[in-house]
Design a protein. Structure first.
Length: 259
């Protein structure tokens, strides 16, 4: 009888899961007196308004809880105008890859020189006085692109070689290496052993470059930031704290190149 009751009993309606409302995508707005665009990002986790200067993109970013009117956003910027002007004035000028510009390669400054009859692929050279040049041949209009392409290729070559060398010391296997123009992080390691880096690391000082590689290779063994991870990272490079602090203080400057 109980068996028949179970068969004949009406099925309970499925409980509908509550779907949170979709958040609007980031948007740009102009604020009077602010010389750069202001990007507004709505976050469900935000409990108050916050603002930062994104030096890499040359914008101001505001994080806001949902349903805050634009009037309040403008007032918020106005209340922090002095702080904002100070931060914007500290943003370094953009550096185009044109003849005469100075671009660092592993922290060593190279002056871009246009040699019309020279090789089109940029060639680093050390002069008798100890200074360095990056000589680029071909048409003048293609110099910026050729310099950018050279730096990206050089970044991939150096990052791959350094990564493989450190991975061999750990007996770890790298399944792939990619180089991109990332903005939020200098490197990453996926669970399947793929490493990804920002090509702009090729302009950082060599010890800083080496630290980032050590950091990501250490993740091949420790996918966390535990004490064991940091000990492993320190076994692959020197001056972990010093070079991590350098990136925090100076990393945004690497994004000013190639405007």
């Amino acid at each position: 009888m109980n068996f028949l009751r179970k068969i004949l009993a009406p099925k309970a309606a499925p409980v509908k899961k509550r779907v949170p409302p979709a958040l609007p995508p980031p948007r740009l707005m102009a604020v009077e007196g602010v010389p750069v665009p202001v990007e507004v990002r709505v976050s469900a986790r935000a409990r108050r308004l916050s603002m930062r200067v994104d030096a890499a993109r040359n914008i101001v970013r505001i994080s806001t809880p949902p349903r805050v009117p634009d009037k309040d956003l403008h007032l918020f910027v106005g209340r922090h105008r002095d702080w904002l002007e100070q931060r914007l004035s500290a943003v370094p000028d953009k550096v185009a890859f044109v003849p005469g510009a100075i671009v660092p390669i592993l922290g060593i400054d190279h002056v871009i020189r246009h040699a019309p009859t020279g090789r089109r692929t940029p060639q680093p050279a050390t002069l008798p006085d100890g200074t360095h040049e990056l000589r680029v041949g071909g048409e003048l209009e293609f110099v910026p692109r050729r310099v950018a392409d050279f730096l990206k290729a050089e970044a991939h070559r150096l990052l791959a070689a350094r990564s493989q060398e450190k991975a061999a010391r750990l007996g770890a296997r790298i399944t792939g290496i990619t180089v991109r123009d990332t903005r939020s992080r200098w490197g990453s390691c996926s669970p399947d052993g793929r490493l990804s880096y920002c090509w702009r690391l090729v302009m950082a000082p060599d010890p800083v470059f080496d630290y980032v590689v050590a950091h990501e290779v250490a993740h091949l063994r420790e996918m966390n930031h535990s004490a064991r991870f940091w000990a492993l990272c320190a076994s692959l490079t020197d001056g972990v704290t010093e070079h991590r602090d350098w990136l925090r203080a100076n990393g945004a400057r690497l994004h000013r190149y190639g405007a």
